[in-house]
Design a binder for this molecule. Structure first.
Ligand code: GRG
Length: 348
């Protein structure tokens, strides 16, 4: 099998893939559509705490697969609004406490389906109220708590920044207003999470992990500090660590000595895309690995070939293929994990 590997998107010669290694678009669409109809299955109820995340993952995958309307828009709006809390934040499901992660996913969903008008009827000045909810979770050291109970994680910091960015409430988006957050303190905290290997951990001194690399690189990118902070040397060092995540199977792991997982196709490659080092991956081998993770009969993707599929691995497999330039897929924005034609409309 010979697939050209080169910088940027658009280099996968899909015609040369064996038939069993083609993206089964229609099956993936049907799989995602079926998820909300499985309410008599235990798994549906065991994953309630992930519900709004599941909707974001499924909807994003559908957009990237070129089927943005495959879920009913009104149903999505009603569900997201039913997760809205008094505070202006969103919970994972109706009746759940507001959390910064689920607020981020809700804002992404509403952005993708153009749903802020509907929200405005329920919550006048909704964007400002959501932004204030997010900003209220910043801590004196620049980090963000996920909820009122105060757990800290770079995931929450990244979520806060991309949510404020989508809402248009980052300080540089409103230069004439008092800043809602202390952005320099947030980015200083991120920089303190960088390790000697060039990658980032969940807190200063913590082991490098590509999931955290995504959140830290994404936060610096959205803050507009990625290029000035890393420089070409820093990008080379981080790019080298990221490219070493590729194992002989073609798949990527999250850190040394760990198993490959299709979701790292996203966490690793989106970071490489943001630092301009995506061409340091063997694209042909990774494309083949991701396609082997599909269930070719029922749709969906698993963490590794032959395992059970789920919507989390499905979106990050599809988004990974989009970064790889797989033909027919909609281009993904590596910082927001949303279609680029949608994030392009936001003046960041
Ligand atoms: C908008 C795309 C988007 C994200 C929102 C939630 C979030 C912000 C980012 C998550 C980043 C992250 C930490 C991803 C890694 C997830 C993962 C598969 C963790 C597994 O960690 P381990 O230690 O697995 O269980 P390994 O593979 O290291 O053994």
């Amino acid at each position: 099998m010979s697939l050209a590997a080169g910088p940027g998107r658009g280099h996968v010669a899909v015609g040369q893939l064996p038939e069993e290694l083609k993206l089964v678009v229609d099956k993936h669409v049907a799989y995602i559509q079926s998820l909300d109809t499985r309410k008599d299955e235990l798994e549906y109820h065991l994953t309630e705490h992930l519900r709004i995340g599941g909707i974001y993952w499924g909807l994003t995958a559908l957009h990237l697969l070129g089927h943005p309307d495959a879920l009913p828009r009104e149903g999505l709006i009603d569900y997201v609004l039913s997760c809205l809390c008094e505070s202006g934040g969103f919970g994972a499901a109706p009746g759940h406490d507001a959390h910064i992660l689920y607020t981020g996913y809700s804002v992404q969903i509403l952005t993708m389906i153009d749903g802020f008008g509907a929200l405005e009827e329920r919550l006048p000045d909704c964007k400002q109220k959501i932004a204030r909810f997010v900003a209220s979770h910043q801590q004196p050291d620049g980090t963000f708590a996920g909820d009122e109970w105060g757990e800290i994680d770079t995931r929450f910091l990244f979520s806060a920044l991309y949510t404020l960015s989508l809402l248009g409430y980052l300080p540089h988006q409103r230069p004439s207003e008092p800043p809602l957050i202390n952005l320099p303190a947030a980015t200083a905290y991120i920089k303190a999470c960088q390790n000697f290997d060039g990658a980032f951990g969940v807190s200063p001194g913590a082991e490098s992990h590509s999931g955290q690399v995504f959140t830290c690189v994404g936060a610096l990118y959205i803050a507009g500090e990625l290029d000035s902070y890393l420089g070409e040397e820093g990008k080379d060092r981080l790019g080298a660590w990221l490219s070493e995540r590729q194992l002989p199977s073609g798949g990527l792991n999250g850190r040394p000595e760990k198993l490959v997982d299709v979701c790292y196709s996203w966490w690793v490659m989106s970071s490489m895309a943001m630092i301009g080092r995506l061409h340091w991956i063997d694209k042909a081998k990774l494309t083949a690995f991701i396609l082997q993770c599909q269930d070719p009969d029922e749709g969906g993707m698993a963490d590794r070939p032959g395992d059970m599929v789920d919507v989390f691995h499905t979106v990050f497999g599809v988004a990974g293929l989009s970064l790889l330039g797989y033909p027919g897929l909609v281009e993904v924005d590596p910082a927001y994990c949303m279609p680029r034609h949608i994030t392009a409309q936001i003046s960041k």
